[in-house]
Structure formats: C-alpha cells, structure tokens
Design a protein around this ligand. Structure first.
Ligand SMILES: [Zn+2]
Ligand SMILES: [Zn+2]
Length: 75
C-alpha cells in the first residue's frame, strides 16, 4: 500500500485528492485550491471573474448619466 503525503500539511493519507490545477496530492482537508494556497489560485480567480474589479470613485458616473438624460429633452 502506497501512502501519499498531503503537499500542504505533510500528513500521510491513503486516499489522496489530486488538485486538478497544480496536480499535487492533498488530504481531504486541503484538497480545495483555496485550502492549500494553490499556486494556480490567482490564475483560477482571474479566469473565474474574467477581469479585475474596477475601483470606482463613487458618484462619478451619476453626473454624466444625468446629463445624458437631460440632453435628450433638450432637443
Ligand atoms: Zn493536508
Ligand atoms: Zn492546487
């Protein structure tokens, strides 16, 4: 019987979970990318959200939106 070791905590486990991203074996506790600080985690997140969140400096969109609405009635 071959024991694998969790690549994160080093615990021996007879039923290792292979991370589908970094291909390392992990115990049940650390099988999720978030739980073993997966090296691919940043790439996973990037693909999940598509793009970085844009930080808005609040209220900037409002005036231009109002202006657009009023502009409509101006003729
Ligand atoms: Zn572990
Ligand atoms: Zn991983």
């Amino acid at each position: 019987m071959k024991l694998e070791r969790c690549a994160y905590c080093g615990d021996d486990t007879d039923l290792p979970f292979e991370c589908s991203y970094c291909r390392d074996p992990f115990c049940a506790e650390h099988r999720l990318p978030e739980d073993h600080r997966c090296v691919r985690l940043t790439q996973i997140r990037a693909s999940r959200f598509g793009e970085r969140k844009v930080v808005r400096d609040g209220g900037r969109d409002r005036p231009s939106l109002l202006r657009r609405v009023f502009g409509r009635f101006k003729g």
